[in-house]
Write a protein that binds this ligand. Structure first.
Ligand code: PLP
Length: 365
């Protein structure tokens, strides 16, 4: 293989982050969220690296779980969207799954499934309640009715779940309101509770409860905006790298790239780098988006192409073909880059395409 573009996945950093977050979680059990190919970091490798240190794993839907099961992961896997089709419940390889049910048809299908499966064989189900996110879940005001109506399959051991819309927002009012409306209803029944994603785990001790669901922070990106000052010493897991494949000097007044959107206001040295939007780097990244080369910040100029990026390296006297460029990672925070592009670390990470080989570094366990 000769193209120098790669995503280096540092499994030691992953372990480091898990330790920090597990300590924060205290007595709460930890669910490692590995949906979306572990946020682009490689679900199988990440699951193998953390399976002995978390209580369970979580993915969005069954196909993501089957990929892990086929790869030999034996850990319990929570399916965050529940079944998409009734037939999902009967999947032969699905012995270790827990369905997070959010709607009536799922609950009815699950009740039917339970009649056909023996107690030892059947998967368990958790229930998702809507406390203000208004995306998925039963209305929290229906809690008692649902539990009573389905008392054959639900009891005081059923884990009750909600998701917060604003755990990473500066003003905590909305999150606190959701937490309180959940606790007001569920606490009196004594069911195990699960409310927290990464931001909630870090910021709202009251919402940690029995299980926390940890995604983005495991991968070393803080869920908080930069004005929130929540320094946890997380280590970035993914470093996206490529190399300079061409360098040229252009006169003042010339333009760079498709559409000639960037014009040199001085004699400029332009480095072309072997990575583009087909690799998952956003096409709408504007001129000025930072990258890292030879211990300096450099800035994107002109439009992102399918396979290439162009950077202004006028200030870098010694830059040459073959020099490494880091788009984000251990030298340049993914959140800094995301801020320039008008997105979040989550999106940059999860959109890295299949075409980018992953190089795993560090020990698995
Ligand atoms: C993705 C997801 C999480 C993880 O969220 P992070 O912000 O990445 O920690 C937790 N819960 C649910 C329901 C999710 O969909």
């Amino acid at each position: 293989m000769s193209r120098p573009t790669q995503a280096i996945i540092d499994l030691n950093a992953l372990q480091h982050n898990l330790t920090i977050l597990t300590n924060i979680a205290g007595n709460s059990k930890v669910i490692g969220v590995v949906k979306a190919n572990a946020y682009g970091n490689g679900a199988i490798a990440v699951a193998k690296a953390i399976e002995n240190k978390v209580d369970m794993l979580a993915v969005a839907f069954i196909e993501e779980a089957l990929e892990l099961i086929i790869a030999g992961i034996n850990k319990t896997i929570l399916i965050l969207q529940g079944p998409h089709k009734e037939s999902d419940l009967y999947e032969e390889k699905g012995r270790n799954l827990i369905w997070l049910l959010h709607s009536s048809w799922q609950l009815n299908s699950y009740a039917k499934y339970c009649e056909s499966a023996s107690d030892e064989e059947r998967n368990s189900a958790w229930l998702k309640f809507d406390t203000g996110m208004h995306r998925l879940g039963f209305s929290i005001s229906d809690f008692k009715t649902i539990m009573q109506f389905h008392s054959k399959i639900l009891d005081s051991n059923t884990v009750i779940v909600t998701h917060l819309a604003c755990a990473d927002e500066l003003i905590p009012t909305h999150a606190e309101r959701q937490i309180q409306s959940f606790l007001n209803v569920v606490e009196q029944y004594g069911n195990p509770m699960c409310l927290a994603n990464s931001a909630t785990n870090i910021r709202f001790p009251k919402a940690r409860q029995d299980y926390v669901r940890l995604g983005i922070a495991l991968y070393g990106s803080t869920p908080f905006p930069k004005n929130m000052n929540q320094d946890l010493a997380l280590s970035p897991v993914m470093s996206l790298e490529s190399e300079v494949i061409a360098i040229r000097t252009i006169p003042k007044g010339d333009f760079v790239g498709y559409g000639a959107t960037w014009q040199a206001n001085r004699t400029s040295k332009i480095a072309t780098v072997a990575l583009g939007y087909a690799d998952g780097y956003p096409r709408h990244a504007p001129s000025g988006t930072p990258a890292w080369c030879n211990n300096h910040t450099i800035h994107l100029v002109g439009r992102v192409s399918m396979d290439m990026l162009t950077f202004d390296v006028t200030e870098l006297a010694d830059v040459k073909i073959g020099d490494k460029v880091q788009l984000w990672g251990d030298c340049l925070s993914i959140n800094t880059v995301a801020d320039h592009i008008g997105t979040i670390g989550y999106e940059l990470m999860t959109r890295i395409s299949k075409r980018v080989p992953k190089i795993f570094k560090g020990k698995c366990q």
